[in-house]
Design a protein around this ligand. Structure first.
Ligand code: PLP
Length: 375
């Protein structure tokens, strides 16, 4: 079916856009000689893993379930990082992983023996304490007091001798100049240790597929690090894999006039695009403009009972009518992976749009998915 026929609410993955991103990431892999992993926490639509795995080297996981999904559906290397691993989970984690990264010395020592017995490559997350993010404390692992990674004062040659690699993750939607600045600090502080290890994982937050991203700088920095320290380099972007490669289709159910005209949609910020409230940000809307820019301004809101479930104020060239369809852009990442059924709101179905525009249903959800998580 065509995009305008897809029943709402639905996420539609644009396969051509996804593949365009993958080609850029494959070029980075090839030219820099590094490995690029899919960070599944941003995007885990595994129906598309057969496509993604043609281009990338593997997946990274935030814990047991994502690691298992990567092993079962993607193939390639499986990396896993978590602030802590439970004793009751660790055997299963090791069974499905190739690399495991620990967040603290205590965690490392607690699980090291089992990792060695399982033949897993072991890493330690470092915290370079160098913030490049400005005002996004919620997404800044280098913010003061952050629980992420071991700081320089807690690292010793003996500690590093226990691991095969080091890992840092400090970026969020950033360009390669911020990576270069971070690397300079990592080298100044941890350079001696980099000579000691076999690999360096530079985490995610590299907005590689965004227009204007400094690809050449990323590639030259990775090559420089590889050569200087004689190690293997990994990056594990999430966003960049499916950036601008998906839409959320929704329908206008009613228009409420209480001082401002509010569109009641069958999509919700809190259920279907929680980053709009958490990050927060204003999603791009197809044919939608800044409030007041065009003749007809509306507040876009949802069918839940949360007053603050507001997506934003947008203007349109023509009046919006009940039954109209709207499309939010860039909805493949940090969207359906975060969905919930608050208010008993249904989960949007998942579609794949092929290159010729044909939209194919991947999965639809119903009452059983709501009921099944409760008891
Ligand atoms: C979130 C995260 C990523 C992916 O980050 P993006 O911003 O989606 O690229 C990679 N590695 C780690 C450790 C993360 O926490």
């Amino acid at each position: 079916m065509k995009l305008h026929q897809v029943p709402t609410p639905a996420y539609i993955i644009d396969e051509a856009r996804l593949e365009k991103n993958l080609k850029i990431l494959a070029k980075v892999q090839e030219e820099a000689g590094c490995k690029v992993l899919l960070a599944q926490k941003a995007y885990s639509l595994y129906a598309t893993y057969p496509l993604i795995s043609q281009y990338l080297s593997g997946t990274t996981a935030s814990g047991l379930y994502e690691a298992r999904l990567g092993r079962e559906e993607f193939g390639g290397e499986v990396h896993v990082f978590a602030p802590a691993f439970k004793d009751s989970d660790i055997d299963q984690v090791l069974e499905v992983s190739d690399h495991i990264v620990f967040n603290s010395e205590r965690q490392l020592r607690q699980h090291l023996e089992k990792c060695r017995a399982a033949g897993i490559s072991v890493g330690l997350r470092i915290n370079p304490e160098h913030s490049t993010q400005g005002d996004h404390a919620l997404y800044d692992p280098c913010a003061p007091g952050s629980r992420f990674g071991v700081t320089l004062d807690k690292v010793s040659p003996e500690l590093v001798s226990l691991v095969d690699g080091l890992h840092f993750h400090t970026l969020c939607e950033q360009d390669a100049d911020d990576l270069a600045a971070t690397l300079k600090v990592v080298e100044d502080k941890f350079g001696g240790y980099l000579h000691q290890v076999k690999w360096l994982n530079m985490g995610g937050g590299h907005h590689v597929t965004r227009e204007g991203y400094q690809l050449d700088l990323l590639i030259s920095e990775i090559k420089r690090i590889k050569e200087t320290y004689n190690l293997e380099v990994y990056i594990e972007p999430g966003e960049a894999i499916a950036l601008n490669a998906g839409y959320l289709a929704t329908e206008v159910l009613d228009i409420v006039e209480n001082g401002i005209e509010t569109l009641i949609l069958d999509a919700s910020a809190t259920c279907h695009m929680p980053d709009v409230l958490e990050m927060p940000y204003r999603p791009t809307l197809r044919d939608g403009f800044e409030a007041g820019e065009k003749a007809h301004t509306y507040r876009l809101s949802s069918n839940t009972c949360l007053t603050g479930d507001v997506i934003g104020d947008y203007s349109f060239e023509n009046p919006v009518e009940i039954g109209d369809r709207l499309y939010f852009e860039d909805m493949a990442i940090y969207s359906f992976v975060k969905n919930n059924t608050f208010n008993g709101i249904g989960l949007p179905s998942l579609y794949l749009m092929k290159e010729d525009g044909d939209c194919q249903l991947i999965k639809a959800f119903g009452y059983e998915d709501f009921k099944g998580r409760l008891s």
